[in-house]
Ligand binder design. Structure first.
Ligand SMILES: Nc1ncnc2c1ncn2[C@@H]1O[C@H](COP(=O)(O)OP(=O)(O)OP(=O)(O)O)[C@@H](O)[C@H]1O
Ligand SMILES: [Mg+2]
Length: 397
C-alpha cells in the first residue's frame, strides 16, 4: 500500500455546515490542509443531508451567527450523524460554551483562529469520540418513563411534549417510544403518519441493532424520532418483554434520551421498561381517585424494588381550581411534587391539530414548564456523564 493511501486514511473526514463571518476563509484553509478531507459543505443543514447521513464522517463543523446555542441546527445534524460536532462562531455570548458543552457539542471555537488550532480541536474531538466508543460506551441514553395508573392524566401529552422539547430546544438525539401498545396515540398527537411501528420491528427477522432500529423510526420535522405503537390492538402481545428489553438497550446506544409513553397498567412490557428506567415521571392530578391509584402504584413500585430516588412526582393541571391543593396531594402520597405542569387551553387545541403544544406556542405557561422539565432531565444526565468521566479518569491515574 502506498504512503499516500495510508495518509488519506488518516485524514479526518469533515463536513461543514452553517455560516458566520470568517467561515469561508477557514473552510478554504481546511480544504487544503493535509490532515483534513473536507467532504463538502452546505450553509443549510438539510442541504447536506446525504453527505451528513452517508458520508462516514469523523466530524462536523457547524458555523453560527447566533450568540446562543443553535439548537435547531444541532438537532438536525444529530438526526443525520453521530459524528462529533464542533461549533464555530464569530462572536459568542458567555453562555454559549456552557450551553454547547451541556448539549454534547465537542468544542466551541470563536473566530478568528489559526487554522492549526482548528485542526487540533477537530483531531481532539475525533479522538475522544473514538476512545468513548472503544470503552464500549458509545452513547448511554437516559430512559425517562412517563406513567400514571389512570387514563387521561396527561401521560401522552407530557411524553410527546417532553420528547419534542428535548429534541428541538435542547438539541438532543431523542426518541419517543409509544408503549401504550394497544391504544397508543403518541404518533397522532405528534401529527406523524408512520410507515412502520414497533410491531413491524419486533416481527422482523434477525438481530436488532442501531442501524435496524433506525429503519423503523418515523422522523418528526422538529428532529424527534418516533417509534409508534402497533396500529392494531391485537398486535400488542407480540411485543414481548425480551424483544422490548433488547430494543431499549439498542435505543440507549443510539439516542441521548428515550421518552417512553405508557398505558395505565403494570404489565410485562412495563416491567421490562421499569427495569431499565433511569427516571420515572409519575403523573398525578388534583383528583381523589387518581391520587388513590398513584398511592397504590407507589406501593407496587416498592414491591418491585424500584429505586425510590428514580421516581419523580409530576402534578399535571396543577393550577386547576378543583378544591384541592398541592400540599394535600403531597400529604396523601407522603412524597413531594417534583414538577408542576399547568392546565392550558393550548394543550387540547394542539392535540386536535396534531402539533405538540411546545411547538405551537413556546411562550405559554405549559410550554415553559415542559421545556424546563426537559432541560432539567438532560442537564442532570450531562452532569452524571461528567461525574462518570471524572471517576474513570481517577481510576486510571
Ligand atoms: N396540562 C394540560 N392542560 C390542558 N389539557 C390537558 C393537559 N394535560 C392533558 N390534557 C388533556 O387531556 C387529554 C388526555 O391527556 P392524555 O391523552 O395525555 O392522557 P393519557 O394519560 O395519555 O391517557 P391514556 O391513559 O388514555 O393514554 C388530552 O387530550 C389533553 O387535551
Ligand atoms: Mg396516552
Amino acid at each position: 500500500m502506498s504512503g499516500t493511501e495510508t495518509n488519506n486514511h488518516q485524514r479526518v473526514r469533515l463536513y461543514a455546515t452553517g455560516s458566520c463571518e470568517g467561515f469561508d476563509k477557514l473552510r478554504e484553509s481546511l480544504a487544503s490542509h493535509p490532515e483534513i478531507e473536507l467532504v463538502g459543505s452546505s450553509v443549510d443543514v438539510a442541504g447536506g443531508a446525504a453527505a451528513l447521513a452517508g458520508g462516514h464522517l469523523d466530524a462536523v463543523l457547524h458555523a453560527t451567527r447566533a450568540t446562543a446555542l443553535p439548537a435547531d441546527e444541532l438537532s438536525a445534524i444529530r438526526g443525520y450523524t453521530q459524528a462529533p460536532v464542533l461549533i464555530v462562531a464569530s462572536s459568542g455570548s458567555s453562555g454559549l460554551l456552557e450551553q454547547a458543552l451541556d448539549a454534547g457539542v465537542a468544542d466551541v471555537l470563536l473566530l478568528p483562529q489559526l487554522v492549526e488550532n482548528v485542526v487540533f480541536a477537530i483531531r481532539k474531538a475525533t479522538h475522544s469520540g473514538r476512545r468513548h466508543a472503544e470503552a464500549g460506551g458509545g452513547r448511554h441514553g437516559k430512559i425517562v418513563t412517563v406513567f400514571s395508573p389512570k387514563g387521561g392524566t396527561g401521560k401522552t401529552v407530557t411524553a410527546t411534549n417532553l420528547a419534542t422539547a428535548a429534541a428541538k430546544f435542547e438539541g438532543r438525539k431523542a426518541l419517543l417510544l409509544d408503549l401504550d401498545l394497544q391504544f397508543g396515540d403518541a404518533a397522532i398527537m405528534m401529527g406523524v403518519e408512520p410507515d412502520k411501528t414497533i410491531y413491524d420491528l419486533v416481527v422482523a427477522p434477525g438481530e436488532l441493532d442501531s442501524e435496524k432500529l433506525a429503519g423503523y423510526i418515523t422522523k418528526h420535522p422538529c428532529g424527534l424520532s418516533v417509534l409508534p405503537a402497533p396500529l392494531r390492538p391485537e398486535d400488542a402481545e407480540l411485543v414481548t418483554e425480551a424483544k422490548l428489553g433488547r430494543l431499549l438497550e439498542v435505543a440507549r446506544e443510539s439516542f441521548d434520551i428515550i421518552v417512553v409513553d405508557t398505558s395505565p397498567f403494570f404489565h410485562g412490557p412495563m416491567l421490562a421498561t421499569l427495569d431499565r428506567t433511569d427516571e420515572l415521571l409519575l403523573l398525578t392530578s388534583l383528583d381523589v381517585p387518581t391520587i388513590k391509584n398513584v398511592r397504590l402504584s407507589l406501593q407496587t413500585l416498592e414491591l418491585l424494588s424500584f429505586p425510590s430516588d428514580r421516581v419523580k412526582l409530576v402534578l399535571n393541571r396543577a393550577n386547576s381550581k378543583v378544591g384541592m391543593q398541592k400540599k394535600e396531594v403531597e400529604a396523601a402520597l407522603e412524597m413531594a411534587v417534583s414538577y408542576e405542569v399547568p392546565s392550558d387551553r393550548a394543550v387540547p387545541l394542539a392535540v386536535n391539530r396534531g402539533n405538540p403544544a411546545v411547538l405551537a406556542d413556546g411562550k405559554t405557561e405549559f410550554s415553559r414548564s415542559v421545556r424546563e422539565l426537559a432541560k432539567t432531565l438532560v442537564t442532570a444526565q450531562a452532569a452524571a456523564k461528567e461525574r462518570k468521566k471524572f471517576l474513570a479518569a481517577l481510576a486510571r491515574s
